[in-house]
Structure formats: structure tokens, C-alpha cells
Write a protein that binds this ligand. Sequence first.
Ligand SMILES: [Zn+2]
Length: 318
Amino acid sequence: MSKVDDFTKQLAEVALLKPRGKKGSRVAEPIYTRQVATIVGVKTTASRFLPVSHEGHSNETYVDKLELTLNGAAKTRAEFIGRKLKGIERRAHMSLFREMMERKAKKEWQETFAAHFDKPCVIPDELCLACWNCSLFGGLEAGKGATFSRIRYFDTYSIEDALDCVASESSDEGMGIGNTVFEDINKPRTAETYHLYEYVKAGTRFPFITIIESPTLLDVVGYLHAVRRADAHGYGKYSANHGKFDTKFLAVATGYPRFSVLDMLTWAEKGELEKQFADGKVQFDSLEKAVGLFEANEIEKLAEHLSKAFDAYYDALT
Ligand SMILES: [Zn+2]
């Protein structure tokens, strides 16, 4: 039996994602299998990236930064908060989900969602609590209750020093210059017609860890595809033309990681981040024997299970 088969064998049945309850009040109730899956990788910026989680003031925007001391050495790094990662990947996951639903049902997604989840699910204000997306990312609805998020994100930081990876007032590039929406081309440029922004330069790396609780095969492979979709769409402020990423998955494993994002940054400092995964030195804690996929072709093999896993979900619904 292949390692990919060993891995999928430890996951919960896709059919368990089917919402329960009476028509009109269906909820995707979490199934607690006490198993988790961990996905680890490195995201590299392919364009300018603006991780901004605070409100700007005046007409200048600054990227989130944090000074971290690892092994006694302090370094300021660009910060990419888990909440932002989750928000973008949730939307990418929903767009993938709707597309697959339309392809399968040969109907508009709104119609199929209404039939199986009581209403079309819309992020963030009209969550249905019954669909696959709500089951994975959680939701809250007045009068109906809540579903807990089964996916956990962690804040991450650039491997590179902010002095090198952030274009700022003091860097060679200087800050980026953007037009405000109100710009009138007939008027001279003033502080009212443009704004200045710091940005993370292309080629900056962010290690990440994502944990999925009570995972089904569809959750794990759907997540892999959602990340790729989000990479192409863009993360952060002005994501229409900024915030593109390339993601390299280093591990997809059952069990909790015995390491953190900070450990990954420390390994990267020593230039041995990928080596830790290639050599299978990293460990995962699981009730059963943890199965880890580290090779790119194994992870790709797993990702190819998407339509098969989605078929199982669709069959359970109909
Ligand atoms: Zn939903």
C-alpha cells in the first residue's frame, strides 16, 4: 500500500460532512475523530505584498512588522497574521467549492446550495452553517447557532529581515506610490491625490503551519487547492494586483506538529529548513502512527484526489 493510501486511511469519511438536522435548519455538525492533519510549507511572494492589519492614518500605509528574538538574535520581520491567511483562503475555498458544485450539478451554485444547505452561503455575513466551507472554517448565525472552525492558522513572519525585504522610506526603492481613487489627471499631484505604501518585496519567504481537526480527505485536498487559488488571486491589501504567492508544501501529515513556525524560522536561519523535511527529521504526534508525506510528487498524488473526494461529498448530499 502506498504512503498516500496510508495517509488517506487515517482520515474521516467524506460523507460525514453532510449537514444534519431538519430541512430549513440544517447544520454541518462537527464530527470529532480525535485525528488531525497538518499541512506545512513556505509561501514566497511573487509580487509586492501588503500585509496590513491596522487602520492607516494620513496617506501612508505601513506593513505589519514584529521584532523577534530567536537564539539570542533579534531581527525585525514582516508579519503575516493567521487571521488574514484564513480570510483569503476561506474565500478561495468557497470559489473552488461553488465551481465544483456547478460542474457537478450543472446548475447555478445558488440553486444547489439552497437545496442542500437551505440558502446560498455568502462570506462573511450570510454564512449557511451547513456547507463544506462552513464545516471547515466555522461560522455564526443569530438564532441558529454556531459551527466551530476545524482549521487552525498561526501568525507567521518573514524569514528575511525587514531591512532587506520591506520597501520603506529608508530602503533603496523607497515606498510605493499609488493613486487615490479620486485622482483627477488634470490636477498636479499632491498629498490628496496619491498615497505612499510600504510593501514586502517579491522573493520574501513565509513559513506556515495549518492544522485541520477531524479531517476528511476532501478537507485536506480542498485546502491544498484553495491555497493555490489564493496564491493566484492575491493576499493582503490591494490584492487585485498585489500579494501573489508561490507555495511550496513541505509536509502533509496526520498528527500535531512537534514544531512551531518559530522553529521553522530558526531552521531557515541556519539554511536547513527544507532539509529538516526532506530528511523526515520533523515529527508529528498522533494517536495512530503518524503518516507524513514529504515528497512533492506524493503531495501532488494526494492533491489529485480532489474530484474523487468531491464526488463522495456530492453523493452523500444527493
Ligand atoms: Zn456555508
